[in-house]
Write a protein of this length. Structure first.
Length: 564
């Protein structure tokens, strides 16, 4: 990759500058019509989110239209499940194709007729070379290609053979239909590319009607022209395919000729951005499905707790560039952290519980303490937190022999319990066999009740807690980057670089009583732990499961501030 983005001060979009100029010159009769054309062979990932935001966002900006079109030209790899998942992801991100839902299969008859037209123009021929032979004849970047020995078949013979392909007279691989352009072209995509291949596979929408299917490079421009697309926005790898895009539309003399514009795809550190690779992780059981919270799929990010707003903001900050770059994953985390900081309710959760008995607190006493749901948004209201003689704190919040800058609980030291009282550790109970600390004995000062107005003493440490009698059991899952290195790279050994510590399950956590009414997918900030959401898949009436969306530490914000 050419560079790594840590700090972006302006949101760049060269495509909108092109469209501004087109509108100024009344190109396309002043229309702006884009499309998002996913192939339904897997779930969408964060890279697709950039394209979704660009295509639908551009249409919205210019009061235009955006189509959703599924490129369903390879039934061997496509499933209805993927179609529905893609539709759901786009809706969740906040975009709507309204009544403009299309499929490439809607145009199979027209695509076939256009192929026949190319044959009649002597611009396409049926070729019997096998894959290895075709590769040999194609040449290389430094060597010109050679014409296929079948290139000079007559128009009549090609028409008969192509109809035979359509009627199922040939087995898979026996022959293909190729465009007839220039085998000496420096652009390999113009060296008589394949436009139809034989595939005896049942299609989800057309059944067994077809046994030949068009290639993407052939289907895409014609579909764009049929739908009246004005600006066909593609990722940068399609730049070398643009000459064929234009050649095909010019040769067929289609009335509408969209403009293909390429932009840099999204690359993120520590993240796999290949649908093929992500699919292999799912099929080999290396992750818990497409919506595993470690996956960079939109459904995985949603399950982990990312919000539509945070993803849209991330795509906006990244901008649209002409050259590839790598974005620090900390930027994505920053965006969701900023959103959740404003909108997530606060709550207390103990991930590694340590029992605390308050010796001078009455045995049978319970009281309800008031806690705000958000310190900056009073409109979010308050909640009641039960307090009793036995509570739990984080095991890491106590050290028997603390260093100088450890301001939490220690023998003889006093700390504040958030929204409650000051407590002081007076003794430590250990397991007789292991020596592990299993319980603390403390005292509390009733004059230090939070909000009472009587407390004038100060302490440096404030701890979160839950009441033993009222706490709810929960499983908390902590996530880290799925990949251990900085970027995905271009090699296929990515499975050897999967972070084995990308998930940590903590099955014996305790959360405050208010979480009893938490809804699936609801967001919270666990004090001092980060932002979490209720898992939508594994949470039941009997079991609460929380996924950590992101920690409280904002790496990218610190880097950005330093660079400025």
């Amino acid at each position: 990759m050419s560079k790594k983005i840590n700090d972006i001060t302006e949101h760049s979009n060269f495509i909108h500058k092109i469209i501004d100029e087109d509108l100024k010159n009344e190109k396309h009769s002043g229309r702006v019509h884009t499309r998002f054309p996913p192939e339904p062979n897997g779930y969408l990932h964060i890279g697709h989110a950039k394209s979704i935001c660009l295509n639908f966002g551009t249409a919205k900006k210019y009061n235009g239209l955006c189509n959703l079109r599924f490129d369903d030209t390879n039934p061997a790899r496509e499933e209805i499940e993927y179609v529905e998942a893609i539709k759901s992801d786009i809706k969740w991100l906040g975009f709507d194709w309204e009544d403009r839902l299309f499929f490439a299969s809607d145009y199979f008859e027209q695509l076939y007729d256009y192929a026949v037209q190319l044959i009649k123009l002597d611009k396409a021929f049926v070729c019997d070379l096998n894959a290895d032979e075709m590769r040999k004849y194609r040449g290389t970047l430094t060597e010109k290609g050679q014409n296929s020995p079948f290139r000079n078949r007559s128009i009549e013979e090609n028409l008969v053979l192509f109809e035979g392909m359509k009627n199922g007279e040939f087995k898979k691989g026996k022959c293909v239909l190729r465009a007839k352009i220039d085998m000496k072209s420096p652009n390999l995509n113009l060296r008589d590319p394949i436009i139809y291949r034989i595939l005896h596979a049942e299609h989800d929408r057309t059944g067994d009607k077809w046994c030949i299917y068009p290639m993407y490079d052939y289907t895409h421009p014609i579909s764009d022209a049929i739908e009246g697309i004005t600006h066909s926005l593609c990722s940068l790898e399609f730049e070398d395919h643009r000459p064929f895009y234009d050649w095909l539309l010019d040769t067929l003399k289609l009335k509408n000729h969209p403009q293909q514009i390429e932009f840099a795809r999204l690359n993120i550190t520590n993240t796999v951005m290949s649908k093929r690779k992500l699919r292999s992780l799912v099929e080999e059981g290396l992750v818990d499905g497409w919506d595993d919270p470690r996956m960079p799929t939109i459904s995985g990010l949603r399950r982990r707790g990312y919000t539509p707003k945070s993803i849209r903001e991330f795509c906006d900050i990244v901008g649209v560039a002409k050259s590839n770059s790598v974005v620090d994953i900390a930027m994505l985390e920053h965006c969701v952290r900023e959103d959740l900081d404003q909108n997530a309710k606060r709550g207390m959760a103990i991930l590694k519980p340590l029992r605390v008995v308050i010796e001078n607190y009455p045995e049978d006493k319970e009281e309800l303490l008031i806690a705000e749901n958000h310190p900056k948004n009073p409109e979010m209201g308050t909640r009641q937190m039960p307090f009793s003689k036995v509570i739990y704190i984080e095991h890491d919040d106590f050290l028997e022999d603390p260093p100088k800058k450890f301001f939490r609980l220690a023998p003889g030291r006093e700390v504040r319990l958030k929204h409650a009282y000051f407590i002081k550790c007076v003794s430590v109970i250990k397991d007789e066999q292991t020596g592990d600390i299993i319980e603390l004995r403390c005292t509390y000062d009733p004059e230090t009740k939070s909000g009472s107005g009587f407390n004038k003493r100060k302490v440096k440490g404030t701890l979160h807690w839950v009441s033993e009698k009222h706490a709810l059991k929960a499983e908390v899952r902590l996530y880290d980057n799925m990949m251990i290195d900085e970027s995905e790279g271009n090699t296929d050994d990515f499975k050897n670089r999967i972070n084995e510590k990308s998930i940590e399950k903590l099955p014996n956590c305790l959360v405050e009583q208010s979480f009893a009414n938490a809804e699936k997918g609801e967001h919270f900030q666990f004090l001092r732990h980060g932002y979490f959401c209720v898992d939508v898949k594994d949470t039941t009436k009997e079991k609460l499961v929380f996924n950590r969306t992101v920690s409280l530490r904002d790496t990218w914000a610190k880097i950005s501030k330093k660079n400025k």
